[in-house]
Each structure stands twice: as structure tokens, then as C-alpha cells.
Write a protein that binds this ligand. Structure first.
Ligand code: TUI
Length: 310
């Protein structure tokens, strides 16, 4: 399946793995790259030495292209922006902000730049600034989200910048139907996160994986609407408490007490009551944990059939 994205990154399938903070590390990223997609190591707010080690480990585990996601709200973003240059990764994706200030240095270092854009305006601005592709991410995604949906945002971003750069659809895609639909909207590829949470190679705690597999269509919650940092998770005691506090306009220190370390509690400790289990809206469709290679082949094989490529 050749598209402008497979050509840009020199990969077999037009599929990026989501750069999920605290979750996407070298084992998962290398498995996705080895399966023919493009794996991504999440910078999140991890220490720089840890990320350097993860990048080097990923190079040992795959000879295929992989990327690093830089979460721009992280206090480490500037150091990580420099680290990817020093370590020479193939591409960066960015999230939770405008990466404009870093683009010239990345381009000069030969790193492909692929920002997440939740709006048409940011897509236009970043393509002018030199982005090589953009990820149009709908609000169906897990974690930190924008307002527009994949179905509405992707074709608008395609109309705005698709003549210049490949557009990658993200948010609510977990099988061949979602990939085929994304192509119908004009995308050149997809980014998939939630499906890979339930993969054998994903290093999250078993309890978190089981929660993804068990989740129904309605087991999803968005918190942080009022703080301006909306975040999509699996519904739990944690999200209920957070939503109650938002309704009652609790003081900032109460929010901090509840949220600081909550992602670690889910990912590392498997604490499904106090942890924040970031997860997309499509989780209801995911019913099993299996190896990344099987997931990628099932998704892309399904899409090829629907698109008449096979
Ligand atoms: O970044 C994500 N998803 C994430 S990051 C994350 S870790 C986190 N922890 C605490 C607070 C916030 C995040 C968990 N999930 N997805 C990509 C994404 N980027 N979604 C929305 C955006 C975005 C939002 C605004 C991108 C650009 C943007 O620009 C605003 C501007 O400056 O124009």
C-alpha cells in the first residue's frame, strides 16, 4: 500500500503508532516498525537520559524507521527537541502545542516533522513553517484532545493542506474499516494508539490492558473541560471523582493531589481505581490482546480488501 506517507517515511504500511505518554516505549515502537508501520517512542515528561536509552534500545531492536513524540507541554520539551537531533531519529511527531520554534533545527538535521493539529488554522500555519506531514487528530482519541471529530476534521485539513503535504487521520481508528474510511476522507495514512494498548508488546500493567478489553462503547469519560486541558480516559472511580470536583469547582490543590502521578498509577501499578487510564473512544471495539504484528496485518489486510487493493 503505497501512499505519500509510506514514501515520506520509507515504510511498508501508512500506519503510525500513537506516541502515548508513559506508554509508548522501545519495545512497542520497535514491534510496530518491524511489523511495517512506524513506531513512536513517547517523550512525555520522562527524564532525558531515559529517553536517550529508549531511542538507542529501539535502534537495537529494529533497523526500520521509528519516531519520537514530543509533548510540548512537558517541561523537558526543549531538551528533548535537542536530543532527537543528537540521536538522529527519522521523524518527530508533536502534541499539545505549536512546535513552530523547533521546526527549523529539526529540518536542518534532516528529521521529518509531523505535528498533531487539532484545527485547520494550526495545520496551515505549520505547513507554512515546513511540516512534512500533519496528523489531523479527532476528539475520539485518548489522552489530551481537541474539540473536532475525525470525520469532520480530516477532510477539512485535507482541503486546506492536502495538496502540499500528506495528512494522517487519527482518533477512533482501530480496524480496516477505520483505515479505509480515513482514505475516503482524503488521508494518506492513519495514526493508531488505543488498539496498541491491547497488544502483547505494550508494557502497560495487565489491569490497564484488561480494562481496555472490557470497556464498552459507553465506558469513556472526558475530564478537564473547564481547566482547558481536556483528557479522555476509561471511566473509573478516578474520572468520577475528578468530574465531581470540576462540578464543585474544587481548589487547585485538590486537583493536584488527585491527578499528579495518576498516569503512573495506571501504567505501572495497575491501579484501576486511582489511576488515569488514557484511552480512546474506540476501546469498545477491542476484545483481545494480541501481538503487534497480528494487529497490524489484520488492520491493513482489512483495509486493503475494502479498498479493492487485493
Ligand atoms: O498530545 C496528545 N495527547 C496526549 S499528551 C498526554 S500527556 C499530558 N499530560 C498532562 C497534560 C496534558 C497532556 C496525553 N495525551 N495528543 C495530541 C494533541 N495535540 N491533541 C491536541 C493537541 C494540540 C492542542 C493544541 C496540538 C496543538 C495545539 O496547539 C495550540 C496552539 O498553540 O495553537
Amino acid at each position: 500500500m503505497t501512499t505519500r506517507l509510506t514514501e515520506l517515511l520509507n515504510i511498508k504500511y501508512p500506519l503510525l503508532q500513537g506516541g502515548m505518554a508513559w506508554i509508548a516505549e522501545s519495545t512497542l515502537a520497535s514491534a510496530v516498525s518491524n511489523a511495517g508501520g512506524a513506531g513512536i517512542i513517547a517523550g512525555g515528561s520522562a527524564p532525558i537520559d531515559y529517553l536517550r536509552e529508549q531511542i538507542r534500545r529501539c535502534k537495537e531492536l529494529t533497523d526500520k524507521p521509528f519516531g519520537v513524540n514530543i509533548m510540548l507541554m512537558s517541561p523537558n520539551a526543549e531538551d528533548l527537541a535537542q536530543l532527537v537531533i543528537e540521536e538522529g531519529v527519522n521523524f518527530v511527531t508533536t502534541g499539545a502545542g505549536n512546535p513552530g520554534v523547533y521546526v527549523p533545527a529539526w529540518k536542518e538535521a534532516g528529521i521529518k516533522v509531523i505535528p498533531v493539529v487539532p484545527t485547520v488554522a494550526l495545520a496551515r500555519r505549520l505547513v507554512k513553517a515546513g511540516a512534512d506531514a500533519v496528523i489531523a487528530e479527532g476528539t475520539e482519541s485518548g489522552g489530551h484532545i481537541g474539540q473536532n471529530t475525525t470525520m469532520c476534521l480530516v477532510p477539512q485539513v485535507v482541503d486546506a493542506v492536502g495538496a502540499e503535504v500528506p495528512v494522517i487521520a487519527a482518533g477512533g481508528i482501530a480496524d480496516g474499516r477505520g483505515v479505509a474510511a480515513s482514505f475516503m476522507l482524503g488521508a494518506d495514512g492513519v495514526q493508531i494508539g488505543t488498539r496498541f494498548l491491547a497488544s502483547s508488546e505494550c508494557q502497560i500493567h495487565e489491569n490497564y490492558k484488561n480494562a481496555v478489553v472490557k470497556a464498552k462503547d459507553t465506558d469513556n469519560a472526558v475530564t478537564g473541560f473547564y481547566s482547558g486541558s481536556p483528557c479522555r480516559c476509561i471511566k473509573s472511580k478516578y474520572t468520577k471523582k475528578l468530574q465531581e470536583m470540576e462540578k464543585n469547582a474544587a481548589p487547585p490543590e485538590d486537583f493536584e493531589a488527585l491527578t499528579v502521578g495518576s498516569l503512573r498509577k495506571a501504567v505501572v501499578d495497575g491501579n484501576v481505581e486511582e489511576g488515569s487510564m488514557l484511552c480512546g473512544l474506540i476501546a469498545g471495539m477491542i476484545t483481545d490482546v494480541k501481538p503487534v504484528k497480528d494487529i497490524v496485518e489484520e488492520i491493513m489486510g482489512g483495509a486493503e480488501k475494502l479498498l479493492g487493493n487485493r
